[in-house]
Design a protein around this ligand. Structure first.
Ligand code: ASP
Length: 338
């Protein structure tokens, strides 16, 4: 059926027809392959790729990849992120491997790499989730340094700005709309806007899948608020027989439809990743209602066991980074539902 296959022309990226193809809109890459949410995913994919290109395990790739974003102090993920409305940065993360092993941390403070603590929860405890001071106690016992908790310069400025009105209007940024004045966006060195969560999914050379997700949640959220990102099935789900999916955006609504698990189950029924993400997004829209949905953003990305991949957004502005070769790490604009 080669004559029915058309290879995407990605101009300056010079993507090779042998490794990247689109068949009736279905995007496929040879393994290994890594995807992550938003433009910060380009840097994260680079780190993940170093592991994947050497035959490494998807689990190691998704951990090391998002650590780059967590460590970036001018980013809305990790300790440099915007604080809650009481002025504290609280972090959520989860990780899942090819054998249904999973771990997560919620409401974790003063620890630089929540994703690695989530992995330790998965590997060193009989549990899946640890929260708050218990998660921090576990992290410190595992040798993770306790950081000062001081806000980054960007976060200080954003928080001071927010305090002027102290209006509690938790909204996940919609990239193509004007942000709330208080939600001062931070900038990467290259001038791109940065975002609040990084979700990463990878397929390694052996054909095994894994995923990770790490976030500070919403800027100026109510103290104790947790979104979808550390919740297995909502923010992230991996079934090594079928595929993997990860979410970003308004966590409350992603939880309501068990976003990532729903996408994987739709792929199990035969849908390609983009269609599965779209169907899950349609469910979110139906539950939320069009009027309320217009005020929020959500994005899903997914990989199938065979290396097909795709994503879908509620609104315009969501993109994801795809990497499947040394010189093939690029952004894809997700189609919007609204
Ligand atoms: N999903 C995250 C949350 O609700 C936020 C985000 O993806 O930007 O906590």
């Amino acid at each position: 059926m080669l004559h029915r296959r058309h290879f995407l022309q990605l101009g300056s990226l010079g993507l090779s027809a042998l490794t990247f193809s689109s068949f009736r809109g279905r995007m496929t890459a040879q393994k290994p392959l890594v995807l992550s949410t938003w433009d910060a995913g380009i840097a994260a994919n680079k780190a993940a790729w170093q592991i994947l290109r050497n035959g490494g395990r998807a689990l190691d790739a998704v951990e090391q990849g998002v650590r780059v974003t967590e460590a970036s102090l001018n980013c809305c993920v990790g300790l440099g992120a915007n604080p809650d409305r009481d002025g504290y940065v609280t972090l959520d993360a989860c990780i899942m491997d090819e054998n249904f092993n999973c771990g997560s941390v919620l409401f974790l403070e003063k620890i630089k790499h929540p994703i690695s603590v989530a992995r330790r929860v998965m590997e060193k405890t009989p549990h899946v989730m640890l929260a708050g001071s218990g998660a921090q106690q576990f992290a410190v016992a595992e040798g993770f340094p306790l950081e000062s908790g001081e806000l980054s310069e960007d976060a200080k400025r954003a928080y001071q700005n927010w305090l002027k009105k102290s209006e509690y209007k938790p909204v996940i940024n919609i990239e193509n709309s004007k942000r709330q004045e208080a939600f001062v966006p931070t900038k990467l060195e290259n001038g791109d806007w940065n975002h609040d969560t990084i979700g990463m999914i990878a397929l390694d050379a052996k054909g095994n899948l894994s995923g990770s997700c790490t976030t500070s949640g919403m800027g100026f959220k109510m103290r104790g608020r947790i979104g979808d990102s550390p919740i297995i099935g909502a923010g992230l789900f991996v079934d090594n027989e079928v595929g993997a999916a990860v979410a970003t955006g308004q966590g409350e609504d992603i939880i309501r439809i068990c976003g990532a698990h729903t996408i994987v189950e739709l792929m199990r029924q035969g849908m390609d990743p983009e269609t599965a993400c779209k169907k899950a997004m349609e469910r979110l829209l139906k539950v939320k209602g069009i009027d309320k949905a217009k005020a929020i953003q959500a994005g899903f990305i997914a990989i199938s066991k065979s290396g097909e991949y795709g994503g879908y957004a509620l609104q315009k502005g969501f993109n994801f980074a795809v990497c499947h070769a040394d010189d093939k790490n690029f952004l894809v604009d997700a189609k919007p539902l609204i």
